[in-house]
Design a protein. Sequence first.
Length: 221
Amino acid sequence: MNTVDFSWPSPDPKDELGLVGLDYNLSPERLISAYRRGIFPWPDSGLFSPIPWICPPRRAILEFSELHVSRNLRRSLRNLASKQFTIDRAFGAVIRACATAPRPGQSGTWITPAMIAAYTELHRRDHAHSVELWDGESLIAGLYGITAGGIFTGESMFHRVNDGSKVCVLHLISHLAERGATWIDIQQLTPHFKLLGAREIKREDFLQRLQAEQRAAHALF
């Protein structure tokens, strides 16, 4: 598929959010173009609200060499060792579970029906991927993200067992490291990822690293 290169303005350095656009276009081509430039959509839960496209002044990343696995997380790994991990087996189920996952302090979700449809199409085109954790036939944790920019950009995750989403992150890191990746983009720094060793870098540094990964062209999945 030929990638359409949309015109994106540079972020206003004075804008704390890093807003670069506001519209209703969630086409696969626009999403791919955005991620290749370090931009991602950040809609609210309103069905008819325009979509903010942002490139934050500070970007959260997780370097694999800086990964911190706590004693409690190691215990969870042992407890879940008998469960099954898969990749891209149930993308639709994962993104829908992420959309309905409770989020303290938030009244809604940015994973709207339009977002689910758009990212499911990206998955069909091999630009969106999921990691699943199963207990038999029951999906108990998972995450999904995008590789349209040359790196894995984490979007959301959910869990129905203690530390389930974190062990999915560890499985993802193992998978990506085997294919030459050394870090992932997690967009916004959350308490969960901070405990894993994630940190923020300047937007300029992130964009330089993003371009370097695109030149390296690792086959991540």
